[in-house]
Design a protein around this ligand. Structure first.
Ligand code: PLP
Length: 387
């Protein structure tokens, strides 16, 4: 067996993430690759195309090449290479920073840890463009489009953060953006993409998903690509190959005893990917706790599961969902601010509320990661109203 840089291999057919999800699951479970990829003298893949695409989609940098069975560890295939960035933190461009500035920090919260359960906040506002988790899908989606074209227009619906991330990444390839926002979008979601040169369309829709059919028909009429973060598998894939792996790596390095993960749902991209990754990594007993707005409540960036989320329905399993009011989420924001001095956004607050609701009815012990999608500095109007 030889380990070859994955970019050297050639293929005649692309496989989707759905085609190779089982293979990805077995790599995460076994923490190794057990079958070699067979290639000819020009590195064209003859057998093991599904291993190749599994490695590609999970962000490995090397592939085991040879005949029949083989054994390559995660270190051998450079599994963690794409999320262990540059220690000097010098980057050749803002996009390079977004790609190699990972992992985002994992910080133990005094406000929610009691020694029995330790809550570790994954601070996603350390992504440079949207100061949110949405840089991850934007980078993956736009890079894929930019690999075949370097101009034109792309567009999508956003609750606020994705429109910023999409625009910031697209402009690096001279691609223009159209961003559609719902009625209650926070001001930063309108102002920031405009400053970056996007066409921003502020609609009177209640929910992001209510705007999708309009974007679909305008994409045909006006001739732009609708990237559709709600169904684009590159959204789910982005979190599988960066966010999930980072948490796995950070837990490993810090000797954490990870027993669960908590987060909130909009497209469900990140929590479905984390659910898939960690159920494979640790088995079905690993807890996945989700926060959704209580009926009739609006919490920026997230919505209720029954409004339809493709990956949550098709891939996630064995999770528990808790309803959270905006008032409860903001109380959690205040608790973290007053005990840790960190200002988290309301969806991060909702996550901590859901987690506390789960902890209060269970006997769980160990380390739990809470995904904090963005910073509270974007929501001062909302936070002030509720003070
Ligand atoms: N929280 C905030 C602030 C968001 O902007 C979003 C998505 O836009 C989410 C949570 C939900 O993330 P996902 O779309 O991966 O479910």
């Amino acid at each position: 067996m030889k380990l070859i840089p994955i970019d050297k291999l050639r293929y005649d057919r692309e496989l989707s993430i759905w085609d190779v999800l089982d293979v990805i699951g077995s790599i995460i479970r076994d923490r190794s690759v057990r079958v070699c990829i067979e290639v000819d003298e020009s590195y064209v893949i003859k057998r093991g195309l599904e291993i190749y695409w599994a490695l590609r989609r999970i962000g490995a940098s090397k592939a085991p090449v040879g005949f029949g069975e083989c054994y390559a560890t995660l270190d051998d295939i450079g599994f963690y290479d794409n999320i262990t960035g540059d220690t000097h933190r010098v980057y050749s461009s803002s996009l390079d920073f977004a790609l190699r500035g990972l992992p985002t920090p994992l910080v133990k919260l005094r406000s929610y840890s009691d020694g029995k359960v330790n809550v570790w906040a994954k601070l996603e506002w350390y992504n440079p463009f949207s100061l949110s988790i949405k840089d991850r899908p934007a980078v993956n989606i736009v890079s894929s489009i930019a690999s075949s074209r370097r101009e034109g227009i792309i567009g999508d619906v956003s609750s606020a953060n994705f429109g910023i991330a999409l625009t910031a990444v697209a402009l690096q390839f001279n691609i223009k953006t159209r961003v559609y926002l719902p009625r209650r979008a926070e001001e930063f979601g309108l102002v920031v993409p405009s400053l970056m040169g996007a066409d921003v369309i502020h609609t009177d829709a209640e929910l992001t998903v209510d705007i999708i059919s309009r974007v679909k028909s305008e994409a045909v009429e006006l001739g732009f690509i609708h990237v559709d973060q709600f169904t684009n598998d590159l959204n789910f894939e982005a979190h599988l190959k960066t966010l999930a792996k980072e948490i796995d790596y950070q837990a490993l390095k810090a000797n954490l005893k990870l027993v669960g993960i908590a987060g909130s749902i909009g497209t469900s991209g990140h929590m479905s990917a984390l659910n898939f990754y960690f159920k494979n990594r640790y088995g079905d007993e690993f807890k996945v706790i989700l926060a959704q707005p209580a009926r009739g409540e609006h919490i920026p960036g997230i919505r209720r599961s029954e409004t339809g989320m493709i990956w949550l329905a098709m891939i996630a399993r064995g999770y528990e969902i808790f309803d959270v009011t905006l008032g409860e989420a903001i109380d959690a924001v205040k608790r973290v601010a007053s005990k840790d001095g960190l200002l988290i956004g309301p969806s991060g607050g909702a996550t901590l509320v859901a987690l506390e609701k789960y902890i209060s009815k269970s006997s769980i012990e160990g380390d739990i990661v809470a995904i904090i999608p963005d910073t509270g500095y974007k929501y001062l109007r909302l936070l002030k109203e509720k003070l």
